[in-house]
Every structure is written in C-alpha cells, then in structure tokens.
Design a protein. Sequence first.
Length: 509
Amino acid sequence: MLLLRFLLLMPLAGAAKQPNIIIMLMDDMGWGDIGVNGCWAKETPRIDEMAAEGMLFMDFYTANPLCSPSRAALMSGRLPIRNGFYTTNGHGHNAYTPQKIVGGIHESEILLPELLKEAGYKSKIVGKWHLGHQDEYLPLQNGFDEFFGSGNCHFGPYNDVGQPNIPVYKDDRMVGRYYTNFTINKGTGQSNISQIFLEEGLSFIENQVKADRPFFLYWSPDATHDPTYASPMFHGKSIRGRYGDAVMEMDYCVGKILDKLRQLQVEEDTFVFFTSDNGAATYRGVGGGDNGPFLCGKLTTYEGGMREPAVAWWPGTIKPGQITHQLGTVMDLFTTSLHLAGVEPPTDRIIDGIDLSPTLMGEQITDRPVWYYRGNEMMAVRVGHYKAHYWLWTEFGKDPNYFSFCPGQLVPNVTVHDQVNHTDAPVVFNINMDPGEKHPLSQKSGEYKNAMKIIAPIVDEHKRTLIKGEPSLNYCDNAVMNWAPKGCEDLNYCLPQPESKPKLCPWSH
C-alpha cells in the first residue's frame, strides 16, 4: 500500500516544471462584489486587472453555502457529505466549526498540502483554517509546513471566563489572541490584521523563491466576515461602508501579492486563483456583500449562496482577457493543483473535483454536474443550463413576506420557511436565462421534460453510489474551546478548562 501511494505521488513523466500555486480564498465575499462582475462601488481595480490578464469564471461554485464545509471540500477535493463536514442534527441543516465543536477534518482524508509536500512543495496557510481547532486538526498536522492565522473565525471579544478569545497561531504555537493581542476595534471597524496576513504571505513567497523550490500558498483572510474590519489606510474609504473598506483592502492585498511575483520574476511560474468560500451574508443587510443578480445568499442553496467570484491568473500560460462559462467548483482547485504539480489524485476514493487545465489552457468546456448540498441533504443540482431543486428551504420563520437570507427578494413557492420535498417533481430553472431563479419551468413543458431526462439519471447514479462520511459536526463541548492552546504557557495566557459535557450541537440553519 505504501509503495502504491509513493508511485501515485511521483511527478508525472514528461511533466513541465512544477508551478508555484497560490489560492486566495476570501470570506463571505459575494459574486457581485468585484468590478468585473458589475459592482458599482469600484473597489477592486487590482482584481479586475487580474481578470483582464487572466480568465474570469462566470459559473464557479462553492461546495456548501457555509464556511467550514466549503473549505474542507477545497482541501480534500470532495463534497462535505463524503469528507464528513456536515451534521445529522436536523435534516438539511448547515453546520460549521465554532470553538466548541468537538470534531474536525477526518484523519483519513488526504488533503492538498499533504500530496503537494510529497511532490517537493513547501506549503503555508495564512488566515482562517476552520477545519477544526484541536491539535490533531490544525494545519501542521494535515500537510502544511507553516501556519499563521487561526483555527476559527475572529468572533469576539469574549471575557476569557465563559468563553476564551480565539488564539492566533504561528505554526503550531499560539502567539496571542484576537482582541487582546491582535486587536480588532468593533466600534470603529479598524484592525491591522489583514496587513499582517499580507506580510506573512509575501515573506513566504520570497523565502521559497530564494530557496528555489515550488510552493503552495493558501491565503485565506477573513476581514470581509462579520465583524468586518480594515486597516486605517482603508477605513472610511468605500462608499459601501465597513464591508466595502474590507473589500478594498483585500483588493490591495491581492495586487501586492501579484506585484511580489513580478518583482521576483516568477509570475510566469505561478498559478494563482482567486475566489470565495460562500456567497455574501445577505442577512447582514447593508453590512454584507453583493451577490449580483442571484437569489438569496450565504446559508442557502440558491445561486446567491453558492456561486462565487473567481479569477485564474498565470501569465504566459493562461491567455489574457478570457471569460469562461465552464462550470467550476472549489473542489476543482484540488484536482487542478495536483495535475499542475504532476501528481495523481488518490484513487481509493471518489474525488469530486475535476481538472480545469483544459479550460485554463485550451478554452475547452467539460460537461459535469454541480451539486448543491445543505447539511446532509442534496438540495439541488445543476447540469448544463438547468438547475433542478429537489428540496426547497430558505430559513425558519413565520412571515411569508420576509426572509432575512434574501432581503428584498421574494419568489412565491421558491423562497419558503418550511422544508419542501420536490424529489418527485423537481423545481427546474433555466439558470442561464433566469439567474435569479424567479421563473420555474412549467412541468408540462417540453423544456422541463427534456431537462429532467438528462438530470434524473445523473442524480439517481449519484445517490446510488454515494458513500457518506461519518459526520464531524454533530457534537459540541465547552471543554474543547481554546482555553489552553499549545504555546499559551509562553505568554502566561492559559485559561482553566471546564468539565467536559459533550452534547449535540443545536444547528438552527
């Protein structure tokens, strides 16, 4: 078995020089938050320039409408229902990794940095990890060589009694906590954390180029996640308020990273991909992002919750100024990165990501389904122009005219408070002609019948062959919170751990 694994990880015969790989994953940034996708606030000149120099994906998706499962899917190349990043505490409920979660990414999952490491890559994650915060789940236990950031989101501040403040790590040791050591002023929305994350990324790039070895940088800032923050140079600069300030700073950081590659003359040796973990948090109203023409947002499996801004950049390899309608997902970054590095993906499990190289380098379109999962349920699937909803559910509530996940949007019998099973007769949209999911096809129409002739067998095969992973996100326990992470003793900042009382997590969405 070890010999087989070794052979699978050997670079492919005849492969070109291994490129450096940078994945920039934003947090809660919507499809409509970048200028090339129509954002009127003009906050993203560098990302727009990146798109003009590379390839803009119009139909790129996450694997789940919430942060942790989508990140687990990116790192494993597998749907959350396969890798275990879901819950069975309620049908179709979203779940993630707050600091009281007991579980994390399964040891049996083979993550992207593990595979790249054995192909000679040095890997670093900067920013938000969110695949579990206990020692065994942290990045250095899962293939990364370096880590600067946090296992959790930057929620807080807490009083360190009922709940500890979230630790920030350098590699495998805590170097401080959000709010107490790494300050975020929730009153003003100011923080220098994004600049720290930028410098961590830039220094890693420079060190690896000097060492003349291929590298993988997973740059995962979280400034656009509530509570949003920006450094003083961007504070108050956007007409969209604090969220726009954070977007402007993310754009600045993207530009600085691309500038560094050019300065070091490795831009033609580096594949860069920019995207987001899920749709914008529309429930935040004007404090959240923009999902463009799409319905609803984060936490839902309508287009606004799952379709992401996405740009690929690789001067000299990807022709500039391209726009593609290739259906893509974050899981494809796993498979594509492995192909570029000359590494075969694991063959002992289903890999949901496809290799996007034919699109990136030859403008070819690959037919494939896109699955929309919410928790343990397949809510919808997209095949070609058509999206079929097998289940519909927006959020719990009683007012038929109000949906916090879809402010200002109401589509009768599509935005709903109760879970509605449409498995026997899915609700189908021509998503190219109706991106807002406002006009379901008549079930009596020839278009509906022809679409379902294609979709139904694909769904049947998916369900028939699906092997679900053991759910990781069922149990919570205050005792596993970040009371005394490794390194806290160096800072005299270890906190007393309460008695362990595990219980089922009460997921409400």
